[in-house]
Design a protein around this ligand. Structure first.
Ligand SMILES: [Zn+2]
Length: 142
C-alpha cells in the first residue's frame, strides 16, 4: 500500500473547541495524564483526524525535551510522550526498539459534562458540554 505524505501547517488543522493549539513546542491545555488502559479505551473505536508531532520544551513534569505525537479525535486529542532513552536491539537479524522508561499518555481537552439542550422531532437529540460549549447531535432512530 502506498502512503502519501503531505505537509500541512498548524493553521489548517481544525483543533477541537476544547483544545488550545498554543505554540509549536507547547503542550496543549487542558491535559491530564491517563493510564495505558484508559488510552486504549478512549482511542480503541475511533480514528484520529490529524497527527501532530511536537518536541515539548517547557513542561515541569518532563524536566527535559520530549518527543510527542498528538492525535486529534474531534472534541479531544491524545498525546503520546516518548522516553528519550531507548536502544535498538538486533535479535537474529530483526531490529527491536526497547524503551528504558514507559511511554506516557495524556488526554488533551475538556472533561466533557454533557446535557441535552434540544430535541427535534422524536429522535434528534442535541447535547452541549457545560464546561467548554462543545455540541453534538445524535439521531436515536437507529
Ligand atoms: Zn467539554
Amino acid at each position: 500500500m502506498a502512503e502519501k505524505f503531505v505537509a500541512i501547517y498548524d493553521k489548517e488543522i481544525v483543533w477541537p473547541a476544547s483544545v488550545t493549539p498554543n505554540g509549536y513546542n507547547d503542550f496543549p491545555e487542558p491535559f491530564r495524564e491517563i493510564s495505558v488502559d484508559e488510552y486504549i479505551h478512549v482511542t480503541g473505536s475511533q480514528i484520529g483526524y490529524f497527527r501532530v508531532f511536537r518536541q515539548i520544551l517547557d513542561l515541569d513534569i518532563f524536566k527535559c525535551v520530549k518527543n510527542c505525537d498528538i492525535t486529534i479525535y474531534g472534541s479531544f486529542a491524545i498525546a503520546i510522550v516518548y522516553p528519550n532513552d531507548w536502544k535498538c536491539n538486533n535479535i537474529k537479524g530483526e531490529y527491536h526498539i526497547k524503551y528504558k522508561d514507559k511511554l506516557r499518555y495524556f488526554y488533551i481537552g475538556c472533561k466533557h459534562h454533557y446535557k441535552e439542550v434540544a430535541t427535534s422531532g422524536n429522535c434528534m437529540h442535541r447535547y452541549k458540554c457545560f464546561n467548554c460549549g462543545h455540541e453534538y447531535t445524535v439521531d436515536s432512530s437507529g
